[in-house]
Ligand binder design. Structure first.
Ligand code: CDP
Ligand code: ZN
Length: 155
């Protein structure tokens, strides 16, 4: 059994769709990034890669590579999942915290959990996702961006 941790941040910009946990969420801003900037899926990828001592998302999918421009982060998570499976690992559980002043993510959490669980070929009960604000403080509080933490166990 091995533990992993992932952390990611993306900046809010106008004129891009917002993706979190593979789900498009209606909001007046989206996140900036080379890929679709799904900060939650990126933190999950980094937690899984960390648990398997495989480095991080930037090592496997460099943002200097045009192949990954605008890519759906569900494909990145699928690729990470295959990499850890190839080493003989499967997911025990993951727990992620999305830090966002806005939008409220609770209405979308079950769809995100289902999306992530399907990609990781695990039961939805092995995937927990939650949201919190930072009470108006810091860059998330000022609506400059969203951050996300994730921990996972693999065996
Ligand atoms: O301290 P606590 O996290 O309980 O309070 P909060 O940051 O004001 O968030 C209250 C609740 O709103 C959280 O427990 C989440 O269930 C939800 N929430 C959410 O759905 N989406 C967010 N972006 C932030 C919070
Ligand atoms: Zn990212």
């Amino acid at each position: 059994m091995r533990i992993g941790h992932g952390y990611d941040v993306h900046r809010f910009v106008e004129g891009r769709p917002l993706f979190l946990g593979g789900v498009q969420i209606p909001f007046e801003m989206g996140l900036l990034g080379h890929s679709d900037a799904d900060v939650l899926l990126h933190a999950i990828c980094d937690a899984l890669l960390g648990a398997a001592a495989l480095g991080d998302i930037g090592k496997h999918f460099p943002d200097t590579d045009n192949k990954y421009k605008g890519i759906d982060s569900k494909l990145l998570l699928k690729n990470v999942s295959e990499k850890i499976n190839l080493l003989g690992f499967k997911v025990v559980n993951i727990d992620a915290t999305v830090i966002a002043q806005k939008p409220k993510i609770s209405p979308f959490i079950d769809e995100m959990r289902k999306t992530v669980a399907e990609i990781l070929k695990t039961d939805i009960n092995n995937v927990n996702i939650k949201g919190t604000t930072e009470e108006g403080l810091g860059f998330t509080g000022e609506l400059k961006g969203i951050s996300c933490h994730c921990v996972c166990l693999i065996e």
